[in-house]
Design a protein around this ligand. Structure first.
Ligand SMILES: NC(=O)c1ccc[n+]([C@@H]2O[C@H](COP(=O)([O-])OP(=O)(O)OC[C@H]3O[C@@H](n4cnc5c(N)ncnc54)[C@H](O)[C@@H]3O)[C@@H](O)[C@H]2O)c1
Length: 448
């Protein structure tokens, strides 16, 4: 099938590349000329495991093309995916300016029947609004259909998630468009991945409700972790005991310093705003969001309890991206924690396996924040080490080497990647999130 993807960011590039891998002829369009230039040279503008190999292969097979020419990209294809951003505006609603622009361009360049597939996360009612915009610019009166096909991929495992989704959701109101979408996704459905067809509004809500539910699980376990600390229990044991219940499940029960990224924070807030417009309060989600904001700062409170005056104290930071296996810094806990520490006069040295370039752009003016290419370099004479992202390479770090390099012995582990007992045995003053440093907790915690 001939497909165009409008917006070649995290979602657009992965969607376009995977659809090309499935045998389609795909044009990836973006207004960012530098991004398209890079892609044409085989350089991938984002860090996403496995993506580079797939892009190179499909470009070579001439199934994947990159362009900035909107007119040509729309005119050439029958299925046009829109995967542009829906960032938060100043009121925390989803800003629809990119989405509306794409609808306008689609309407303007309609030259035959086409399907407009919205992949961006949009508030309920947006697809119908897009239909109105397209109609306004569709002066040649071509036929078209609008579909909402939300994306559930996770950065870091995006290719696998696209190729093996838990479900494909297609919100559609036309039999013709439904048939075309069935054909498009048939290779994934034949491989056993479920597809559900719904009305458009339900599809739009499914995306926000899914992300909000996952965010709720995270804030819930974080509140339980904070309680465990006060009560002298261990969150890893508690989470395991809860998660073994099939009705609950063990995923998203990892306590830490809160969720971040380009989706959960903005989607929870946008969902609250949309609900408010429909006179619903969503009190649970308001609490989820508040808990998450507080949780990011817990690591600062813990540090200040041990080192009350941070002026000129050397703080090592491991991990800057919002989660491992991505260079995405959007809403990362590090963006809240590092400025707080700098304000208190701390001298920070930070390491991240892939996000340093993005972090440097964000913290360009901060003289008291330095970056190093190697994890152990930031530890020299550090008074404390903070773990902000659970990269695998930190999990099996050389504890003796860490201790020898540091001046102090304080490790605050915002992602619970270390065993408290092992850390204590290695001479650290160790703090996790909701962890008990009590010797008896070791047996069960290490089973997780
Ligand atoms: N990132 C994720 O993990 C993820 C997962 C699921 C859903 N989503 C949703 O998917 C959407 C896209 O997210 P993303 O993270 O890929 O965004 P992104 O910012 O990485 O990419 C958006 C791209 O669209 C381009 N663009 C904007 N206007 C354009 C136009 N008129 N024509 C062509 N290109 C244009 C931008 O230059 C950018 O490259 C959002 O609604 C997001 O909420 C994201």
């Amino acid at each position: 099938m001939q497909i165009t993807i409008i917006g070649s960011g995290y979602v657009g590039l992965v969607t376009g590349t995977c659809l090309a891998e499935l045998g389609n002829n795909v044009i990836c369009l973006d207004i960012d000329e530098k991004k398209i230039e890079k892609l044409r040279k085989g350089e991938i503008p984002i860090y996403e495991p496995g993506l580079e190999e797939l892009v190179i292969r499909n470009v070579k097979e001439q199934r994947l093309h990159f362009t900035t020419n909107t007119k040509e990209a729309i005119e050439k294809s029958e299925i046009i995916f829109s995967a542009v951003g829906t960032p938060p505006n100043k009121n925390h609603e989803a800003d629809l300016k990119y989405v509306k622009q794409v609808a306008k361009e689609f309407g303007t360049h309609l030259n035959s029947y086409k399907i407009f597939v919205n992949k961006s996360t949009v508030p309920v009612g947006t697809s119908h609004l897009m239909k109105e915009i397209i109609n306004k610019y569709n002066t040649s009166n071509q036929q078209f259909d609008v579909i909402d096909n939300p994306e559930f991929l996770r950065e870091g495992s995006a290719i696998k998630d696209f190729m093996n989704p838990d479900r494909i959701v297609v919100g559609v109101e036309s039999i013709k468009a439904e048939k075309i979408m069935k054909k498009l996704y048939s290779p994934l459905v034949r491989a056993g991945n479920p597809i559900i067809f719904t009305d458009i509004k339900s599809a739009e809500i499914i995306k926000y409700a899914s992300n909000s539910f996952l965010a709720t699980k995270i804030s819930f376990i974080n509140e339980i972790a904070n309680f465990c600390e006060k009560a002298g229990a261990d969150i890893l044991e508690v989470a395991k005991g809860i998660g073994l219940d099939n009705r609950i499940g063990s995923k998203f029960l990892h306590a830490g310093i809160g969720y971040g990224g380009s989706c959960f924070p903005k989607d929870v807030q946008a969902f609250i705003c949309t609900a408010r417009k429909h006179k619903c309060k969503f009190e649970i989600l308001q609490a989820v969001e508040k808990t998450n904001q507080n949780q990011k700062l817990i690591i600062v409170d813990k540090l200040k309890k041990k080192i009350p005056n941070l002026k000129n104290k050397k703080i090592a930071v491991w991990g800057l991206s919002f989660k491992p296996k991505t260079d995405d810094m959007r809403e990362a806990a590090s963006l809240v924690i590092i400025p707080k520490l700098l304000k208190e006069g701390a001298l920070i040295k930070a390491f991240d396996p892939v996000a340093i370039n993005n972090a440097k752009k964000i913290f360009v003016k901060e003289k008291n924040l330095q970056f190093a290419d190697k994890p152990y370099e930031v530890l020299k004479e550090a008074d404390a080490l903070l773990i902000l992202t659970e990269w695998d390479e930190f999990r099996s770090a050389d504890l003796k080497r860490i201790n020898n390099l540091m001046q102090g012995n304080l490790v605050i582990d915002g992602r619970n990647i270390y065993d408290p007992q092992e850390m204590i045995k290695n001479g650290f003053d160790y703090e996790g999130i909701g962890r008990s440093n009590n010797l008896n907790s070791h047996k069960c915690a290490s089973n997780i």
